[in-house]
Design a protein around this ligand. Structure first.
Ligand code: RP5
Length: 163
């Protein structure tokens, strides 16, 4: 099946975080691709990837980066696809640098920005699913089933003293 979601990240070191988003998409049965694309180390690849993404059938891009996290914003500048930014937790500043780099876009080039780290990667994937669900009933059903399972799991283990 052709990939509908593209997960890109600034470095292989971001995979520890971004793998959780990929797993969420796999669990929902959403075809996706994964690639390292660095705004600073491979700028030409970034331009090429962003410019080609929609034509290759991708419908949403999830971009994770840490530190001076320019990847999501630069990709958004080169594509009409929705870009979901995931701030990776950096060592020096715990991801606050990543978050602010991604969230503070100038008006006119939006990037949807998620939480720092694993939660952000998972929620970006779920948000991508929600975007696709508007036009794909199978994805909508998978997302609804996931939400129902999540609710049932909380209700079934309501007493935190019981393991
Ligand atoms: C960013 O620099 C990457 O997104 C990564 O989070 C960070 C550090 O990259 P490495 O030095 O680990 O390759 O571009």
């Amino acid at each position: 099946m052709a990939a509908r979601v593209g997960i890109i990240m600034g470095s292989r070191s971001d995979w520890d975080t971004m793998q959780h988003g990929a797993q969420a998409l796999t669990d929902l049965g959403i075809a996706h691709e994964v690639q390292v694309v660095s705004a600073h180390r491979t700028p030409d690849l970034l331009f090429h990837y962003a410019a080609q993404a929609e034509g290759r059938g991708l419908r949403v891009l999830i971009a994770g980066a840490g530190g001076a996290a320019h990847l999501p914003g630069m990709v958004a500048a080169k594509t009409m696809l929705p870009v979901l930014g995931v701030p990776v937790q950096s060592q020096a500043l715990n991801g606050l640098d990543s978050l602010l780099s991604i969230v503070q876009m100038p008006a006119g080039v939006p990037v949807a920005t998620f939480a720092i780290g694993k939660a952000g990667a998972i929620n970006a994937a779920l948000f991508a699913a929600a975007l696709l669900a508007a036009y794909d009933s199978a994805i909508r059903e998978a997302l609804a089933a996931f939400r129902a399972r999540q609710t049932e799991a909380v209700l079934a283990h309501g007493d935190p003293r019981i393991p």
